[in-house]
Design a protein around this ligand. Structure first.
Ligand SMILES: Nc1ncnc2c1ncn2[C@@H]1O[C@H](COP(=O)(O)OP(=O)(O)O)[C@@H](O)[C@H]1O
Ligand SMILES: [Mg+2]
Length: 294
């Protein structure tokens, strides 16, 4: 059995192999009591203001980003590819890629933050059976012994609609579907008991039907466990399903923000209008797929 160190825990909390080298940064997420107190007083579970992310050549990748997330709310970060969504999200958990730097006026991270990455398979250890991965995180993050961790893992499998059979024959990530891998990633993130869950396009790699089920599951879990979420997607139809508030990003800048209802009914910016116009609702896409002439 591998040693359970901080790095391992951070990795299994949803980070891919390439994130391991950055996992040391996760220690920066741990905040002290005074910070927790501070956050409570501000009424936000996560807050950043005037954040700027630059590369080593001094190019600014994200300009002047500000966001406050309150308990239980879901904020969507939307924008086309390359608009700065992933970098912004990684900064919120303290895991910017090497070589990038960030400055800010205020940055209040939350000790209880977990992240789900875009690629569900890469986020898992390919050589470790999946239930064992869930159990390891429960043991470390919830300080449970092996037997208790297995019991809690069984509950999570049920909750996430994953086969109970896995408790007897624990499969490797390569032996299960992409949708199941994503549910395992979600289970691992939830095993951290997060108050804030950061989701980076968690359904983009999945096929449309599984995408819809996974979104419904995330929404359900969020309502019953009442964590706050920052949900990144390039797909406004997906954002409409899960987010109460939206922040629209373009080329590293916020172009518009507001409640999802406001933004969908009366977008102020052309760019937002284009994003709305360009995206078919998820059910239409599914129908298109079914009637594909190919
Ligand atoms: N590690 C990195 N080093 C340098 N530039 C990066 C790095 N990661 C992302 N970028 C650049 O930052 C911009 C925003 O990237 P990203 O946040 O990944 O966009 P999105 O998630 O919205 O597609 C892009 O122009 C991208 O090329
Ligand atoms: Mg991205």
């Amino acid at each position: 059995m591998r040693k359970l160190d901080e790095k391992k825990t951070a990795r299994t909390a949803g980070m891919s192999g390439s994130d391991e080298r950055m996992a040391a940064g996760a220690a920066g997420v741990r905040s002290d009591e005074s910070l927790e107190q501070d956050l409570r007083e501000h009424g936000a579970v996560l807050e950043v203001s005037h954040s700027r992310i630059s590369d080593s050549a001094g190019n600014v990748l994200v300009h002047d980003f500000s966001l406050a997330v309150h308990a239980g709310e879901t904020v969507g970060l939307v924008g086309e590819s390359g608009s700065g969504k992933t970098l912004t999200l990684r900064n919120l958990i303290g895991l910017l890629p090497e070589g990038l730097t960030e400055t800010h006026e205020v940055l209040r991270r939350n000790a209880d933050t977990a992240m789900i990455f875009q690629d569900p398979v890469r986020a898992l250890d390919p050589l470790c059976p999946v239930v064992r991965q869930i159990c390891e995180v429960i043991r470390v993050r919830q300080k449970k012994d092996r037997a208790e961790a297995r019991k809690l893992a069984a509950v999570m499998l049920r909750r996430l609609d994953l086969p109970a059979e896995w408790l007897r024959r624990d499969p490797l990530p390569g032996e299960i579907s992409g949708g199941q891998c994503q549910r395992v990633d979600i289970a691992i993130a939830l095993a951290c008991r997060p108050r804030v869950l950061l989701c980076d396009e968690p359904t983009t790699a999945l096929d449309v039907t599984v995408q819809k089920q996974t979104l419904a599951l995330i929404r359900d879990l969020q309502q019953s466990l009442s964590f706050a979420m920052v949900f990144v997607t390039h797909n406004l139809a997906v954002a409409a399903q899960v987010c109460e508030k939206l922040v629209v990003l373009r080329e590293g800048r916020i172009v518009e923000q507001g409640t999802a209802a406001e933004i969908f009914s009366a977008p102020k910016e052309d760019y937002t209008r284009q994003l709305i116009a360009a995206i078919l609702p998820v059910p239409e896409r599914e129908k298109d797929g079914q009637h594909s002439p190919l």
